[in-house]
Write a new protein. Structure first.
Length: 564
């Protein structure tokens, strides 16, 4: 996954398989990638490239995106992100491992799906719809959401027993950017309410009617409008004629209570219909508890998982094969458009009934050319975690060594021909990580003025400007030299016995002065430094040593070469 600051949200996802195509969007399965090995399967829905300039299509897609971003309920598909890939907007939704009710009916047979299972599914779907119907904006204003496409294809059952309503692609809200054109119908005719079929303004009771159609089919064990084409269905709905369950009594055994509930949900007159999804849910829950001692969503999931065990295994295999190539490597994917995505939307391996938002998509033989794939660039191996005990020991060693060095330097500041600022810089810098032969090396710090002077040790160039490094603790003498254009070069000879701090302040050529030993570490070899003439100002970077008149008369201090 790209860094959070990356404005191109699409680059967080790596598509791995095509799911299908709808009227305005492509849908694919993708992997959301992030740091520390984060990988999550998601479903991406994005505007088809040929429609990005269509203002109406874009407005509809943005309506769905804005609404989906507000929905957050256990029985409604979750939306993770809404973003754009240049001119193409996309919606990232949760991946659901299961089947829509329509596929369950097709697999088991319309007359073989247990009625309690379908009622359980409808109860949970009604809970999700009731939440959407009552959704409010951030300021508390009711949004008046109507799904308008409630059908078996848009009610999803996962193998773990979670029921969700999916695909709010044509849902209507009060703050929608678009208005339905006169004479234009959106939704599946077989599950439309009479007012929706007539093109009238709809409210939550339209979705209640659609659930009533699904319930009618669950009870009668067949399609409600079987044998009717769309034009005939619209004609019947326009005049409020709906098939009655009583006509199916010769084929199936009808429970009077469930028949009453269904007929009320299918009432052509709005005032005779259930006023809300919650009211219909309450009656169905009561019937389920009284007649069948209830059925849990978990039990429904187990039944579905048993029916689709082979499909589930095959789909899992396909996903795993695709995921092998996108395991996290520490780098971020770069999106390119290539036609190499496997399709999972046709034949027995169809992924359409196993993903979110499947109802608005259909298989396409050439859809893969519109979907992106990803090439990984700049991959780096994941660094190994250091041993915690070693880290603790190393930190302790460095802390102790730093404390001793700072204490010695501050106890005798007159021994360092460097400014207080330089001393503070050196004291604040952490010691380098100790090597396996730390006891055989000393630390060497060289400060120079001007700051761009070149530093060499024993004739070998080391750095331009300040230098920090290590020397073998072998007691040998080394020559440290600093030089810069327009300045007199300076050299200092030091002995690699203890840690050393050397400051070399170069003099300009017109005011050339003999060099002197500027600073040494503790226990440096004794030597006599040449004092500058009284008329000459001492270097700004170091105080001049005390003159003979200022010194008290005493013997030679062998521990300090300057205390003579």
């Amino acid at each position: 996954m790209s860094a959070p600051s990356d404005p191109n949200g699409w680059r967080k996802y790596r598509p791995i398989a095509e799911i299908g195509r709808g009227g305005m969007a492509d849908v694919c399965l993708a992997v959301a990638q992030g740091p520390v090995g984060f990988n999550k399967l998601v479903v991406l829905k994005r505007v088809r490239p040929e429609l990005v300039e269509d203002a109406d299509i874009l407005a509809m897609f943005l309506d769905e995106a804005r609404l989906a971003a507000r929905l957050n309920h256990p029985n409604v598909v979750q939306t993770y992100e809404v973003g754009d890939e240049g001119a193409r907007f996309f919606i990232a939704m949760e991946y659901l491992d299961g089947q829509p009710l329509g596929s369950i009916r097709s697999r088991m047979g319309h007359d073989k799906v247990p009625l309690p299972l379908q009622v359980r599914v409808l109860c949970d779907a009604l809970a999700g719809l009731h939440y959407a119907h009552n959704l409010r904006d951030f300021d508390g204003t009711p949004i008046h959401v109507v799904h308008r496409d409630v059908s078996p294809q848009n009610i999803f059952v996962t193998y773990d027993g979670v029921i969700k309503v999916v695909d709010f692609g044509i849902a209507k809200a009060a703050d929608s950017l678009t208005e339905t054109r006169t004479g234009t119908l959106k939704g599946k005719v077989s599950y439309m309410s009479p007012e929706q079929a007539r093109g009238e303004r709809v409210d939550r009771r339209s979705d209640v009617f659609s659930v009533g159609v699904i319930l009618w089919e669950a009870i009668a064990r067949r399609r409600m409008w079987k044998g009717f084409n769309d034009l005939a269905i619209l004609g019947r709905l326009a005049i409020g004629e709906v098939p009655r369950l009583a006509e199916e009594a010769s084929r199936v055994e009808l429970d009077p209570e469930i028949e009453r509930i269904c007929q009320k949900a299918l009432a052509p007159a709005l005032d005779d219909r259930y006023a809300s999804a919650a009211e219909l849910q309450a009656d169905l829950e009561r019937w389920l508890g009284e007649r069948h001692r209830g059925m849990s969503a978990r039990e429904a999931g187990e039944i579905v998982a048993g029916q689709f065990a082979d499909d589930r295994a095959r789909i899992k295999q396909v996903v795993e094969e695709q995921l092998r190539g996108v395991r996290w490597t520490g780098s971020h994917p770069r999106v390119t458009l290539t036609p190499d995505l496997p399709k999972l939307s046709a034949g027995p391996m169809s992924m359409t009934p196993t993903l979110t938002a499947p109802a608005a998509v259909s298989a396409s033989s050439d859809g893969s050319s519109m979907l992106p794939s990803v090439s990984m660039t700049g991959a780096k191996e994941r660094p190994a975690r250091p041993n915690r005990a070693i880290v603790v020991i190393a930190v302790t060693f460095v802390a102790i060594g730093g404390a001793v060095s700072v204490g010695v330097l501050r106890a005798q500041p007159w021994r360092i021909a460097a400014s207080d600022h330089q001393e503070a810089q050196v004291a604040a810098q952490p010691a380098a990580e100790p090597s396996p032969k730390q006891e055989e090396a000393i630390r060497l710090v060289v400060r120079v003025s001007p700051v761009d002077a070149k530093v060499s040790i024993d004739g070998s160039p080391m750095s331009t400007g300040a230098y920090e490094g290590r020397l073998a603790r072998d007691g040998r003498a080394h020559v440290i030299r600093a030089e810069a254009p327009g300045f007199l070069a300076q050299e200092e000879k030091v002995t690699a016995s203890n840690d050393l701090f050397v400051s070399l302040a170069l003099k300009s050529e017109p005011q050339a002065q003999p060099g002197r030993l500027a600073a040494v570490g503790r226990s440096a070899p004794a030597s006599v430094a040449t004092s500058p003439p009284a008329s000459a100002a001492p270097p700004s970077s170091a105080p001049a040593p005390p003159s003979a008149e200022q010194k008290p008369k005493r013997g030679i201090d062998l521990e300090s070469p300057y205390a003579r």
